[in-house]
Ligand binder design. Structure first.
Ligand SMILES: Cc1ncc(COP(=O)(O)O)c(C=O)c1O
Length: 363
């Protein structure tokens, strides 16, 4: 089967019931429409001002990321951006090198359009660092693309630009691309925003307004990269999204108008919640952790190396609190926790997790 069910997507969409408290979710609290201060009905267009992505969106993102409009293709979220970029570079077949632990909806997409995946470990023991030599060892003559996330999902660890450049150079030796999923990069609060696509001619970035700004349901994302890849992606999109919805383009542009304010909103939230998550992780002797320098997520593991599934099943059943099991990242020994919930909710959810951890010690 070319498109088997993406287990993590199905879990995230159906397993978490409305009244449950999430302590592993990756996006900031949903933005309310009034926070965008839309000036009136005419702020929202029902038509798109471009057949291959809104021209205004392409121009705005080009200015933001210091690229040419032809290097930009607007997509329905990072997810569609990843799929189109992968389909574009693997159109003639070929293999992929993919990081692990990995956000499996991304690696499932790679599996659907590549001939083979070679995995590159980002070991917990090395602070989830992405080692260019390790990646180089996985690259083979048929490798067409190397796929990584920055910030890393699930650990939240940043890959420095120098390491990305080293990866791009290693990939270029066999004519391969480097695809960097930057869904979490905005949590670095760079000004102006950075993107890997500027680093070298064989690098593609994907991103969106989903995570840092609470706009996951707007589905406003992008592919940034070499013109030929972007062009190919835009033609493959004729099988899928076809047109960028006008309302999405106009609301997304409005959000970009308000970027400094939305960033401040995100920053304020994390300044309150990251210390709560960090002190919980530091005080729980059952857990080992790598604390990321920025962003909302972390991926601790149980010190005895056991799977987190049973722990998280109890957390859900006993307290209706949900965190993301490591198996959705090909790393069953971990669990993704996050600082996206409101401070009081996060404290309560973590305290419930603490109770389940206490129970594990007793049994
Ligand atoms: C690494 C990564 N890429 C992409 C996505 C999906 O982002 P979007 O809503 O922009 O499609 C997620 C969401 O969890 C993610 O973690």
């Amino acid at each position: 089967m070319r498109f088997p069910t993406i287990e993590y997507m199905q879990w995230a969409k159906t397993f978490i019931e409305g009244d449950m408290q999430q302590i592993g979710g990756s996006g900031m609290p949903a933005l309310e429409p009034h926070e965008l201060e839309l000036p009136g009905d005419d702020a929202i267009r029902l038509t798109s001002d471009g057949m291959y992505g809104s021209s205004s969106v392409r121009e705005r993102l080009a200015a933001l990321y210091q690229l040419e409009p032809a290097q930009i293709f607007p997509t329905e979220g990072t997810s569609l951006g990843n799929f189109l970029a992968l389909a574009a570079v693997l159109d003639e077949g070929g293999d992929a090198v993919v990081e692990t632990p990995v956000y499996t909806p991304l690696s499932d997409q790679v599996a659907a359009v590549s001939d083979r995946i070679d995995w590159v470990e980002r070991p917990f023991e090395d602070g989830f660092e992405l080692d260019p030599d390790r990646v180089a060892a996985a690259i083979r003559p048929d490798t067409r693309v190397v796929v990584v996330t920055n910030l890393h999902n699930p650990s939240g660890v940043q890959v420095p630009d120098e390491a990305l450049l080293a990866l791009a150079e290693r990939a270029a030796k066999v004519g391969a691309y480097l695809l960097v999923d930057e869904a979490y990069r905005d949590f670095l609060f760079e000004d102006p925003p950075g993107c890997a696509a500027r680093l070298a001619p064989n690098v593609i970035s994907t991103g969106s307004l989903t995570k840092a700004y609470g706009l996951g349901h707007l589905r406003f994302g992008w592919v940034l990269g070499p013109e030929d890849v972007v062009h190919r992606a835009s033609r493959i999109n004729d099988y899928l999204g076809v047109l960028q919805p006008g309302p999405v383009a106009s609301i997304g542009l409005r959000a970009l108008d308000h970027l400094p304010r939305l960033r401040a909103r995100c920053r304020r939230h994390l300044e309150l919640t990251r210390p709560i998550l960090r002190s919980f992780l530091e005080t729980r002797s059952e857990l080992d952790m790598v604390w990321p320098q920025s962003g909302p997520i972390a991926f601790p593991r149980l010190g005895d190396g056991s799977d987190t599934d049973e722990l998280l099943r109890r957390l859900r059943e006993e307290f209706r609190v949900v965190a993301v099991p490591g198996r959705f990242f090909r790393a069953p020994w971990g669990m993704r926790l996050s600082a996206t919930a409101a401070p009081a909710d996060l404290e309560r959810g973590l305290s419930n997790l603490g109770s389940v951890l206490n129970g594990l010690v007793r049994t």
